[in-house]
Design a protein around this ligand. Structure first.
Ligand SMILES: Cc1cc2nc3c(=O)[nH]c(=O)nc-3n(C[C@H](O)[C@H](O)[C@H](O)COP(=O)(O)OP(=O)(O)OC[C@H]3O[C@@H](n4cnc5c(N)ncnc54)[C@H](O)[C@@H]3O)c2cc1C
Length: 389
């Protein structure tokens, strides 16, 4: 077994760590206050090639691997979670779906600008009445002549509000079989007739990551914008969501690490009862548990990414990474805030921002309950056997 990162993986991690510390971290608090999206930071991320790390060079990528990509997501999230989420949605989900299921023409037209960081992608699965039960969606697509006509409303859409967002992958029903929707995925450009970006949601945190409704009213797109197989759109999406879940785990580890760093620093400087609070066992135990949990979650997301890079099955490892890391991060953020005492509650320290942001990771790309349901199904397939691996 080799737990060492390769030279290239270490190089990317260190480069992104330095970039994030110098360019992102000093601005994170201000970005959260104003809700302004940092387009200039995105341009620099594009210059560094970060938006296309795992994609082949012929499609504008770096020809790297998913381990490198996730190390990058962790490091960005350690400075600001918004940018980790940006990469998750654009690269792990949208870009990968285009790469895996797109035609050559679609990849050249839609994937290349995403991989080069010139454009941003979004995906629209969730609707008002279909969240965890995502297959029960109501948005419809009908083929009329040479065009697909889409009608419906998608909610909670990440990225689509940015001025450089070019497209959204929309899941829509094209028929039904045995009482279930047949779902297809469509590439919908933001400038398609009948496409409208709706209201921006007011959220508890993560303000720069604009979240909007998307309204499709007789939205017309060319016939060739169907992505992949007509009847397999939902299955296609589930495939790429597996990678999205590794990304969510990497984001969680990044934010948890930031919480830990702040807590350790604060505990070393804050004096009560005549000595830094770090020296109290009650504080040290918290820090020890945090350090262990972060390292375990990091190992798990890296294992899932490594399995993906090696073309091996990774459903259980991915779900375990997402579930464990997102719940771990909430606990770490809570303990880190506790170590800060009253100051942890004040905006003066970043810990309250981390604490509010981190909750999202137990909700997006399948809630914790949904992850447990997937693990339950996996275990059902193992019933009667003595070991899981
Ligand atoms: C900030 C933000 C950004 C998002 N970005 C996107 C995006 O870009 N694209 C997109 O498509 N979606 C996006 N989402 C949507 C997100 O994926 C959904 O919110 C999530 O899948 C949960 O769906 P829901 O909110 O409808 O909750 P529901 O499905 O209504 O669930 C409510 C509660 O019931 C639980 N529950 C549901 N079914 C079961 C069950 N069978 N057993 C046990 N418990 C159950 C859930 O776990 C949850 O706790 C975003 C959400 C947020 C908050």
């Amino acid at each position: 077994m080799d737990f060492d990162l390769t030279k290239e993986q270490k190089m990317i991690r260190d480069e992104v760590r330095n970039f994030a510390r110098q360019e992102i971290a000093p601005r994170a608090e201000e970005m959260e206050k104003t809700g302004e999206y940092p387009y200039d930071i995105m341009e620099k991320m594009a210059e560094l090639g970060l938006m296309g790390i795992p994609f082949p060079e012929e499609y504008g990528g770096m020809g790297g691997d998913w381990v490198s990509m996730h190390l990058c997501i962790e490091e960005l999230s350690r400075s600001d979670m918004t940018l980790g989420l940006l990469l998750d949605v654009t690269t792990s989900v949208v870009g990968q779906e285009l790469l895996a299921f797109g035609t050559e023409k679609q990849k050249k037209k839609w994937l290349v600008p995403l991989a080069e960081g010139k454009k941003i992608g979004a995906f629209g699965l969730t609707e008002a009445d279909s969240g965890s039960d995502a297959g029960a969606l109501s948005t419809v697509a009908e083929l009329k002549g040479d065009e697909w006509v889409l009608n419906g409303t998608k909610q909670f859409v990440t990225n689509i509000g940015f001025k450089n967002a070019s497209l959204i992958l929309v899941a829509a029903k094209v028929g039904s079989k045995d009482g279930k929707n047949i779902v297809a995925t469509f590439i919908v450009p933001k400038d398609a007739p009948g496409f409208k970006v709706g209201a921006r949601y007011a959220k508890m945190a993560l303000q720069p990551s604009a979240t909007h409704e998307v309204i499709l009213s007789d939205c017309r797109i060319p016939k060739e914008n169907l992505l992949g197989n007509l009847a397999r759109g939902f299955a296609q999406h589930l495939v790429v969501l597996e990678t999205g879940r590794i990304s969510v785990a990497a984001i969680a580890v990044g934010v948890a690490q930031a919480c830990f760093d702040e807590a350790l620093k604060y505990a070393s400087g804050r004096v009560q009862f005549g000595k830094p609070i770090f020296h109290f066992q009650g504080i040290q135990f918290k820090l020890a548990d945090m350090a262990v949990a972060i390292e375990l979650a990091r190992n798990q997301y890296l294992k899932a990414a490594w399995l993906k890079d090696n073309g091996r099955s990774h459903t259980f490892e991915t779900v375990a990474a997402k579930l464990y890391a997102s719940e771990m991060a909430e606990k770490v953020a809570s303990d880190a805030l506790q170590i800060h005492g009253g100051y942890g509650y004040m905006d003066e320290y970043p810990i309250s921002r981390y604490y509010k942001s981190i909750k999202l990771l137990q909700i997006v790309e399948g809630t914790s309950e949904v992850q447990r349901m997937i693990i339950g199904r996996y275990l059902a397939g193992k019933m009667g056997k003595t070991t899981m691996i």
